[in-house]
Write a protein that binds this ligand. Structure first.
Ligand code: TLP
Length: 359
């Protein structure tokens, strides 16, 4: 359904797509900016629009420099490649995107081993520093050296839960005491900032590098940012080239990222309100149930066990009723709000879901 930021080249249809905020379409302002963007060959460092985006993004997250990359996965993997050496170990939460959804890339691309830790669950305890501390390797001929801790904020598989600034600060302190780097998978870090009412730099100051996505809630068609020190980004730029990620007239994409930073950050609280409405609607009108403690940003994890159907089956039945939601476990569905889902869409989605899975 149409809203102020709708894509003018897209015929809104009746399906309500809650699979992810990655499905957001570019706004009219992005389309217009793309048509007239100044471009150049970025491998030669000659694309002024890419340079502008990188400078602006670095400033926003309080880092010296930034690199425009094609995806969140590429940003995370370039970060891991740049922070580590072959044979190192990287600590991640056992539900981290880097561990679950990046195709084992750290092993394939960087020859490092991931050390997954059950670091806690929301609303409290995620990234419990004492649990992370136990995973740090001591000096021993048998052990790989711990080179990096990766945090994720907001945490995708924990329903978009926010990792507090205080927790990030304690993890950062632990890492520095042990000479370990910290990378932040901040695909949705602006959602964390919006939900907690704190500037994004409060979070990013406690990471040596940060990746954030332009193409999720911020609705750009393509792209993510990796930010860090100037020296880190210089080395990351070479690693991006190794991965085939050097790009040419990418200003045409970067300009949509600039529009995203200018127009989409301020509207994220709307997605958070819609997610709460959605979760409360499911709890009230359907047999799906949601732990409200987990609903802090734009992601709703709904359990299907009380409906007596596995999540995959529930997802198929909802699709037939015009609501798209992904199964993320045997009995969990994920529903994500974003700029192409209005408050009315949420009411309609709950009504459709209630017809398939009544209370
Ligand atoms: N997440 C996608 C899927 O891959 C699961 C989604 O629909 O949520 N970090 C986090 C925390 C993410 O949620 C994602 C994407 C990424 C990294 C990777 O970004 P992309 O898809 O641009 O490679």
């Amino acid at each position: 359904m149409k809203n102020a930021y709708a894509d003018p080249y897209y015929d809104a249809h009746d399906t309500i797509d809650l699979r992810s905020d990655t499905v957001t379409r570019p706004s009219a302002a992005m389309r217009q900016a793309m048509a007239s963007a100044a471009v150049g060959d970025d491998v030669y460092g000659e694309d002024p629009t890419v340079a502008e985006l990188e400078a602006k993004a670095a400033r926003l997250v309080g880092k010296e420099a930034a690199l425009f990359v094609s995806s969140g996965t590429m940003g995370n993997q370039v970060a891991i490649m740049t922070h580590t050496r072959r044979g190192d170990e990287v600590i991640v939460d056992s539900q981290a995107h880097i561990f679950i959804y990046e195709v084992g890339a750290p092993a394939v691309l960087s020859s490092v081993q991931l050390h997954p830790v059950e670091s806690g669950t929301p609303p409290h305890g995620l990234y419990d520093p004492s649990r992370l501390a136990r995973a740090i390797r001591t000096e021993n001929v048998h052990y790989p050296p711990t080179a990096l801790i990766c945090l994720e904020n907001t945490h995708n598989r924990y329903g978009g839960a926010v990792v507090s600034v205080e927790t990030m600060s304690r993890v950062y302190e632990l890492a520095k005491e042990n000479g370990i780097a910290v990378h932040l998978d901040g695909a949705r870090i602006f959602n964390a900032a919006a939900a907690s009412g704190r500037p994004v730099t409060d979070f990013t100051q406690f990471a040596d590098s940060v990746m954030f996505c332009l193409s999720k809630g911020l609705a750009a068609p393509v792209g993510s940012i990796l930010a860090g020190s100037s020296d880190f980004i210089r080395r990351a730029r070479k690693n991006r080239k190794i991965l085939g990620g050097g790009w040419r007239q990418a200003g045409i994409l970067a300009v949509a990222g600039l529009v995203a930073l200018d127009t989409m950050i301020a509207r994220l609280p709307e997605d958070h309100t819609n997610a709460r409405e959605l979760a409360e609607g499911l709890n009230t009108h359907t047999c799906l149930w949601v732990d409200m403690d987990w609903v802090q940003t734009n992601i709703v994890v709904a359990h299907t066990d009380r409906c007596g159907v596995p999540a995959e089956e529930a997802s198929r039945r909802l699709a037939q009723a015009g609501v798209l939601a992904n199964a993320t476990g045997p009995d969990t569905l994920r529903l994500v709000t974003h700029k192409d889902v209005t408050a009315q869409d949420v009411v309609e989605a709950v009504a459709r879901i209630a017809r398939v899975f009544p209370n």
